[in-house]
Design a binder for this molecule. Structure first.
Ligand SMILES: CC(C)(COP(=O)(O)OP(=O)(O)OC[C@H]1O[C@@H](n2cnc3c(N)ncnc32)[C@H](O)[C@@H]1OP(=O)(O)O)[C@@H](O)C(=O)NCCC(=O)NCCS
Length: 158
């Protein structure tokens, strides 16, 4: 289990005012980061957009697109200095709670095959690998060659 250092954190809905900080976290964690326009569109489109706060400080965020029956975890990221302290778990728990209320299942996602920290995180949170898209990402993190996406999903008890 993660340490209790996030016991004082809470999860809130993201607002336009949070985008500057969210962009900074996104740029530090994603080799092909979303732009401001992507985040503004996500907020406008009614995606589930959450931030984790410790006091006034934002430590991480998650974005989920709600589909007809199911949902897609589009982004989850934590500030590098706050990783391994339960922040993503806190965000994911809030996502799961909302999806349960909305009756949406499963929650699925795509993750770079080289992103072992994220894959370990999802595995530890009961996601199962359910497929692979060959050469899905335009640029691998190790060079210019394309990179596979691992598809994962987790059922939500509705
Ligand atoms: C993946 C990510 C969101 C995890 O956030 P986090 O706040 O560190 O995760 P938590 O502290 O809630 O959970 C940690 C658990 O996930 C797994 N985990 C996370 N990072 C890991 C790593 N580097 N190596 C192995 N396991 C890891 C472990 O099970 C860990 O539990 P433990 O600390 O008790 O061993 C974070 O590493 C991140 O922001 N990465 C960059 C963005 C990204 O890749 N997002 C996913 C895109 S699909």
């Amino acid at each position: 289990m993660p340490s209790l250092s996030f016991a004082t954190a809470d999860v809130a809905l993201m607002s336009e005012h949070d985008i500057d900080v969210v962009l900074e976290i996104e740029r530090r964690g994603n080799p092909h980061p979303w732009t401001r326009e992507h985040f503004e569109n996500a907020l406008r489109s009614g995606y589930l957009c959450f931030v984790a706060r410790e006091g006034a400080e934002i430590s991480g965020f998650a974005i989920v697109r709600i589909l007809v029956d199911d949902a897609e975890l589009l982004l989850i990221a934590v500030s590098p200095d706050r990783r391994r302290s339960g922040c993503a778990t806190l965000l994911l728990n809030e996502v799961l709670l909302r999806l349960r209320e909305l009756g949406k299942s499963p929650l699925h996602l795509e993750v770079r095959a080289s992103n072992l920290p994220a894959i370990r995180f999802y595995e530890a949170r009961e996601f199962l690998a359910c497929g692979r898209r060959k050469n899905y990402y335009p640029n691998g993190v190790l060079g210019n060659e394309r990179e596979d996406a691992v598809l994962m999903q987790r059922a939500i008890n509705v």
